[in-house]
Design a protein around this ligand. Structure first.
Ligand code: GA4
Length: 317
């Protein structure tokens, strides 16, 4: 676990996308090319869906550790504590990971919260459906901005009933200034890029999220509980033949306030071939990547550490 410094200054250059404006599509393309990251306002995701899920999550995370552990381990779905992924990554975080397209068993979570499993299922479904709808609108604006047809080239992958999408709720408890064995402060969630097509994050007003700028500096993103933050995933980088970049990001711990974030990772069906769209290439030969399916990519990703470059195995030499 490595961390360089506590958030000192906030970045004021995060591209801002107003979804209610008609001309946003060109700005989204620009944001995906320059950063692979942007903030969305006027998103139409009902605040009641956000608040409902947030309050259930707060209740869950404030239960005793022994209760929470009964809903784990996250292998890959369930409750996880400090351990991230199967290969030794550790962070000052606890979380719930679930699959959005396969049947998920909410019973254990519901019994801890003292509610009917259907209440939890409905809260997750309401939130995820609204965020998925917004993700699809963004992906369609991207296709239009790139002038590619049909406009659902990207969004259809999330809409597919077999779409392999994931939902994650992260809780970063306040972290006193403790250090790991090497004397470095603890990190909340280590640096990484997201593997899927698009990730959409909503957090409370506690800072922590940082992005890696092209000049090699980590910079803190000002939190905004009323907006969403969007990341280009590795798969979208490949589909655009590297025109859009998946951005490295991480979360630092906060020593006073706890941070709660919810992230929807929109992914393709397992059998989907991930390759640059022909209209975004000069010719077949100009693909920067070898052909692979999402299944193959995931299989290889689960053998990596968080900070690894997962696309490197699929790049043409
Ligand atoms: C990073 C993005 C998402 O949080 C995630 C993570 C997944 C996990 O926590 O199980 C992974 C990580 C993420 C990429 C490499 C592998 C898989 C942990 C890990 C070491 C849910 C995802 O899809 O990929």
């Amino acid at each position: 676990m490595v961390i360089l410094s506590k958030p000192s200054s906030f970045f004021n250059g995060v591209p801002l996308i107003d979804l209610s404006k008609h001309d946003s599509k060109n700005l989204i393309v620009k944001a995906c090319e320059e950063f692979g990251f942007f903030k969305v306002i006027n998103h139409n995701v009902p605040m009641e869906f956000i608040s409902k899920l947030e309050s259930e999550a707060i209740k869950f995370f404030s239960s005793s550790l022994s209760e929470k552990l009964k809903t784990g381990p996250a292998d890959p779905f369930g409750y996880g504590n400090k351990q991230i992924g199967p290969n030794g990554d550790i962070g000052w975080v606890e979380y719930i990971l679930l699959s959005t397209n396969t049947e998920f068993n909410y019973h254990k979570f519901a019994s801890i919260l003292g509610v009917n499993p259907e209440t939890i299922r409905a809260a997750v479904n309401d939130y995820v459906s609204a965020v998925k709808k917004m993700s699809c609108e963004i992906l369609e604006m991207l296709a239009e901005g790139l002038k590619i047809q049909p406009k659902n080239v990207f969004s259809k992958l999330l809409m597919d009933e077999k779409s392999d999408s994931v939902f994650r709720v992260n809780h970063y408890p306040p972290c006193p200034d403790i250090q790991d064995f090497s004397g470095k402060n603890l990190i909340g969630f280590g640096e990484h890029t997201d593997p899927q097509i698009i990730s959409v994050l909503r957090s409370n007003n506690t800072s922590g999220l940082q992005i890696l700028l092209k000049d090699g500096h980590w910079i803190s993103v000002p939190p905004d509980e009323n907006s969403f933050f969007v990341n280009v995933g590795d798969s979208l980088q490949v589909m655009t033949n590297g025109r859009f970049k998946s951005l490295k990001h991480r979360v630092l711990t906060n020593n006073v306030k706890s941070r709660l974030s919810m992230i929807y990772f929109g992914g393709p069906p397992m059998s989907e071939k991930i390759a640059p769209l022909p209209s975004l290439m000069e010719g077949e030969d100009s693909s920067l990547y070898k052909e692979f399916t999402w299944f193959e990519y995931k299989k290889s990703a689960y053998k990596t550490r968080l900070a690894d470059n997962r696309l490197i195995h699929f790049e043409k030499i």
